[in-house]
Structures are given as C-alpha cells and as structure tokens.
Design a protein around this ligand. Structure first.
Ligand code: ZN
Length: 465
C-alpha cells in the first residue's frame, strides 16, 4: 500500500501540558507517544504562528522567507507595515514538493495559505483570511478554499465552520469557551469528511483553538501566574479543551490505517505572561526615541508622534519586541550614520539585556541580530529581535505609561506569551523510543519527504527526525 502521512497541528500546544499536566486526560495522545517518539520541538526565532507554520512547511527560516512576523516593513518609511499572505512565500511548500512527485494533499487551516493557490489537492485557508472568520461561508468570492467549489462541501458537511474566533481577546470568557469548542468540533468534522472522501497521500490540519485557549484561560490553570484565580468557573477549561483535542485525535486515528505515519506538532509553546515591557517608553527613557508631545495616558504609537530628527530607534509591540534603527540614507529622516549602526545595535543590546523588574531583578532579556540567526535576511528584517524577560514579558508598543512596566495588555486581555519550545509526536511504526532529545521545527518537512522516499532539497534547514 502507498505511503500516507497525516499531520495534526495544535497551534501553541506546550510540551508540559501534553506530555505531563494533561497526560491522563489524553489517552489517544498517550497511546501515540508510547507507540512512537516524542519530545520538544524548537520553534523559529521568533516563536510566532506567522511565520512558524510556513517555516515548518518549507524548512526555511523567517529570514529566508523574508517574513519576520504578522506584519512586516514593506519599505523603509516609518509606517509601512504590511500583513503577510501566501503570495509572500517564494519557496516551495511541502505539499508543492509532494505534488511534483504526484502526491495529493489535503491542507486544512495552515496559517499563511491565503489566497489558496491551485495544486493537486484540497485546501481551506486559515485565519488572516479576509472573510468573516465566524461565518466564512457567506463569502464565496475570495480564494479561501481550493478548489473554490470545496466551499459547497463545507456548507453541506459542517455548515457552522469557523476559520477563527473574532475578538478572542475578551472578558466574555463563558461565550469564548463555547465558541472555542464549536470551532474545533466543526473543523475536525470537516477534516473527517476530507479524510474519508478524498484521495490523499499527505493530510494536514492545524487547529488554532489551542492558541486562543491559552491566551484567554492560562491564568485559571497556572498557579504561578500573577493573576491566578483559585476556584474560578474556568479552572477546568484548559483541561477540557485538551480532552476535546484528544477526542478529535482519536476520531481521526480511527479513520486511517495503521501504516499511516502520524505526526502531532505545535508551532511553538506557551508560558505564563508576567507583564509587558513598554518598548517605546524604554527607548525614550534611554534617549533613543523623542516624541513631539507627551501623550496623556496610554496611546497607540504612530509615526507622526515622533520627532524623527532626534530619534535613533523605535520599537514595535507583540509577543516579542522588534527594534528599528533610524539610519541615514535608509530611513527618510535617518540620523544614525552607517558607520555607527553596529555600535548603536551593540549598545542597545547591552542595555536591553540589563532590564530589571520592579524589584530590581534582571529579567533575562535576550536580543538577537537577524543576520546572526538567519541564513539570509530577505525583505526588511527588524534591526534587533528582543525576547523580553525570556518571553515571560511581552513587548508593548503603546506610549504614555510613564513607566516601562505594564500589567495590562494594550491589545486586550492576554494571560500567556509564546514559548520557544513546542512539541511533536511521531508514529511511523519504525521509531518507538518514546521520549527523545529536542528536535527542530525545520525537521518536519524533511521527515515527511523521507517518509515518502523523496530527496530532501539542500536548501532545507532541517534533517529527518
Ligand atoms: Zn501559533
């Protein structure tokens, strides 16, 4: 029988939850772990959904893809941040490589696949698709499925299908919990249909619900979270959701034969969020950034607030920080001479890594220069990539706090940050060693190619697991 590979992606799933905390609630997962191998999967730098899944599917780093986050600089002006889409991917994805070898794929919910391009298989795109995520079926003009007629099958099989949960950063958590379960159930319902009705060699589904779950409910589970609430009505929400994931996994496994290679993966992990470092407040305090006027209270940072003639660097918020240097001849009003660029970056790095919390303890901030962590730096990389407090702290871009610390998130309630270590489980009937040392997100695409007996392109960063 021809080889088949099925990947089930749980966005943001953390190894300590799957392998430890919720192990007893996940019997199907546990059985796979015992029958195969499992361990930590090191994510991309930065460990962010976009670009992480696409880095996994191409085995190329964010620099080579030229995608450094959800939003990327499209030129060197001060406010040209554009949201990436599939057209930005210039190297072949796993399903495109498999297509060259006459293998057919189902690709369901993989981030950064919109707009869906023709290929031998079936695709439903992910969040970042410009349709109403709650009721995508109302929009038939946009290319969010391939072939386009697949929308009709979604309508028949899983009419409540959701791409994502709009406004998942909300305090209405009871409603959010319901939506999460509905989204996951309806996605897997359609996945089971595709699994049974389509002729595929490679099948991949990514569920975003686990990411939304962590951001909204982490504090009700993690006793070390500074906002932990004992006896909350949401105390079991995380556990119940993982039970649902496991239940859906069981349904999927029941529909594939025993020779199918099964891989469970996450694109990055999750950890509690201790707070936010207001990156642009910090830059002002240290003399790098000058605003024309002082904002009254927290205000979204925009380029028109800045006195660019006196600004050396500015920052962007997110799960990690990005710092951009205002360089002569590169930015419109650059003031840092090219020959001083390295010194400014080194000085920033040293000062950022010395950040302490309010009790004076160093929070273990790490700073990366893109050219030191990527093989290439296509498009426009940030000048520095910053993990505040080893990612226990997020980066807050807004200004007007009068402090570099904040414990409220400027984009809505959020309890967790992304962590570098995601997880994987691989069952192919050959490797049965159980727990193995950490592998890389770049190893997944070569692993799948090897399962099909195909050559692994030299340009891929990873190796078969
Ligand atoms: Zn993710």
């Amino acid at each position: 029988m021809a080889k088949r590979v099925m990947i089930i992606g749980w966005d943001c799933a953390a190894p300590k939850l799957v392998f430890d905390a919720f192990k007893d609630d996940m019997p199907n997962t546990h059985r796979l772990m015992q029958a195969g191998i499992y361990g930590q999967l090191e994510s991309t730098i930065p460990p962010i959904t976009v670009p992480a899944w696409m880095c996994m599917m191409t085995s190329r780093d964010p620099g080579e893809l030229g995608i450094y986050g959800f939003r990327n600089r499209s030129n060197y002006t001060y406010d040209a941040l554009a949201i990436a889409n599939a057209n930005a991917i210039k190297v072949p994805t796993l399903w495109e490589l498999l297509a060259e070898a006459q293998q057919r794929s189902v690709v369901l919910g993989v981030p950064l696949t919109y707009p869906a391009k023709p290929f031998p298989g079936w695709m439903v795109t992910s969040f970042l698709t410009p349709v109403n995520p709650n009721s995508p079926l109302t929009d038939r003009k946009l290319q969010w499925t391939f072939p386009p007629r697949l929308i009709r099958e979604i309508e028949q099989v899983s009419p409540d299908y959701m791409i994502d949960i709009p406004n998942f950063r909300t305090d209405k958590r009871a409603e959010l919990e319901k939506q999460l379960l509905k989204m996951t159930r309806t996605r897997f319902k359609f996945a089971r249909y595709l699994l049974e009705k389509k002729q595929w060699d490679f099948f991949m589904i990514v569920e975003m619900g686990s990411d939304r779950l962590h951001h909204a409910f982490w504090r009700f589970w993690d006793k070390t979270h500074h906002k932990y609430e004992p006896n909350s009505p949401f105390a079991d929400t995380m556990r119940n959701y993982y039970r649902t994931l496991d239940d859906e996994l069981g349904e999927m496994l029941a529909r594939v034969d025993h020779d199918t290679t099964v891989i469970i993966v996450s694109d990055h992990g999750a950890k509690r969020m201790d707070g936010g470092i207001c990156v642009n407040e910090w830059l002002q305090k240290h003399g790098y950034l000058k605003l024309k006027t002082k904002p009254q209270g927290p205000t979204r940072f925009t380029s028109d607030m800045v006195d660019w003639q006196q600004t050396k660097a500015w920052g962007e918020g997110g799960y990690y920080g990005r710092i951009f240097v205002n360089v002569v001849g590169r930015e419109p009003n650059g003031i840092i001479k090219q020959q001083d660029y390295e010194n400014v970056r080194d000085e920033l790095k040293t000062q950022l890594e010395a950040i302490v919390d309010e009790s004076g303890q160093n929070i273990n901030t790490r700073v990366f220069k893109p050219e030191e962590v990527y093989h290439k730096c296509n498009n426009i990389p940030p000048d520095l990539i910053v993990y505040f407090g080893d990612l226990y702290w997020r980066s807050v871009g807004s200004v007007g706090y009068n402090s570099i610390y904040t414990y409220q998130n400027d984009t809505g309630p959020d309890d967790c940050n992304h962590a570098e270590m995601g997880m994987f489980i691989l069952k192919n009937g050959i490797h049965t060693d159980g727990h193995v040392p950490t592998k890389s997100i770049y190893d997944i695409a070569p692993t799948v190619l090897k399962e099909f007996g195909l050559d692994i392109p030299d340009a891929m960063r990873g190796n078969p697991i």
